[in-house]
Write a protein that binds this ligand. Structure first.
Ligand code: UFG
Length: 327
């Protein structure tokens, strides 16, 4: 029997809160460690919230002294690509240096299993799609670079200290809890789907289309949108994988389907029944034209199978949350 007590860093955030809910549903006991800078207290409806920062090694040690963790799910990070270009120090400190603190305290307390939230941004501008885990990783912004550094640290710690890890490289997280209890709420909001829904709901006049001259189906950028609940489910499978004594590995999580920015807007018009004004504007710095992932490996090795693959369903859940936002 494996220890079912799990530390979830960043568990008050968008993806972390969905992971936390699912862990609790599956009988895990969770301790959420979050500094609440971007996370929401209201999003932690399950488990126990400890407000703290990974830079505070003393507090971390106290938490690890108090609870006997079987594993850690590490989602705490800054994740604004544009900001990372302007202020890389913030990203390297929080995403890399603070992860070193976490690993230090974990290993000191003999906790050696970790599931890590990485990103398709580690691949940079891919030569071909769908992107497989074996393709070169050349991130084009400090956010992606910070996540890739952590991946590298894991590899070295695994060889030297026996760290057992699963790295999950998310494509574009989207949608909301199918039961409407939690959802996406960023401040500032920079992500496409919430902004499109703001335009549908009248909270903003229009949505800007960042670039119409990419070499894609309609000139706008193409992304692989993956339902946040499907992402969350992969963390449970990753924990099972580690608990079964399997070796460290890396997995892409996407739907293997590319959806353009204009197609997202079109789907939102259909789902909401509202007019959504889309204004063509210039390209956003640091945006690759197409990011679509192959998740064949996650399907085969972890047994992962996304439940909500269709963009209309993803936007339906996002819209339901958007209309009844609790935080
Ligand atoms: N976009 C617009 N208008 C907007 C906002 C976004 O056209 O107002 C476009 C973007 O140019 C991009 C697509 O919509 O082509 C999706 O943009 P998001 O900002 O929603 O997400 P990203 O593709 O930038 O996602 C990236 C990385 C993720 C990372 C995330 C962090 O790919 O790995 O940023 O915020 F986690």
């Amino acid at each position: 029997m494996h220890n079912k007590c799990v530390l979830v860093t960043g568990g008050a955030g968008y993806i972390g809160s969905h992971v936390n809910k699912m862990l609790n549903r599956q009988g895990y006991e969770t301790i959420i460690f979050d500094n609440l800078i971007y996370g929401h207290r209201e999003a932690v409806k399950w488990g126990k919230l400890i407000v703290g920062d990974l830079s505070d090694i003393k507090q971390l040690k106290e938490v690890f002294d108090k609870y006997e963790f079987g594993a850690v799910v590490h989602l705490a990070a800054y994740a604004y690509v544009g900001e990372s270009v302007k202020n890389p120090e913030k990203y390297y400190y929080n995403n890399v240096s603070n992860t070193l603190n976490l690993l230090h305290v974990m290993l000191e307390h003999k906790v050696n299993k970790i599931v890590f939230s990485s990103t398709c941004a580690t691949y940079g501008e891919p030569d071909t799609v769908p992107i497989t885990e074996k393709m070169p990783q050349n991130p084009i912004n400090p956010y992606g670079a910070s996540k890739l550094m952590v991946e590298r640290i894991f590899k070295d710690y695994s060889l030297a200290y026996g760290l057992k890890f699963v790295v999950l490289r998310y494509f574009n997280a989207a949608g909301a809890d199918s039961e409407g209890e939690i959802g996406e709420s960023h401040d500032p909001e920079t992500h496409l789907i919430p902004l499109v829904l703001d335009a549908a709901g009248g909270q903003r006049e229009d949505v800007k289309i960042f670039g119409s001259d990419y070499e894609t189906v309609d000139g706008s950028c193409v992304r692989d949108y993956i339902h946040v609940e499907d992402l969350a489910n992969a963390h449970l499978l990753a924990l099972d994988y580690l608990n079964n004594g399997k070796e460290p590995d890396y997995f892409n999580l996407g739907n293997e389907t590319g959806t353009s920015v204009l197609e997202v807007v079109e789907s939102a018009r259909k789902v909401t029944g509202r007019d959504i004004k889309a204004t063509i504007s210039g390209r956003r710095e640091g945006d690759p034209a197409i990011l679509v992932g192959s998740s064949k490996k996650a399907r085969e090795v972890l047994g992962w199978k996304p439940k909500y693959e269709d963009i209309d369903t993803i936007i339906t859940h996002a819209w339901r949350w958007h209309e009844n936002k609790l935080y």
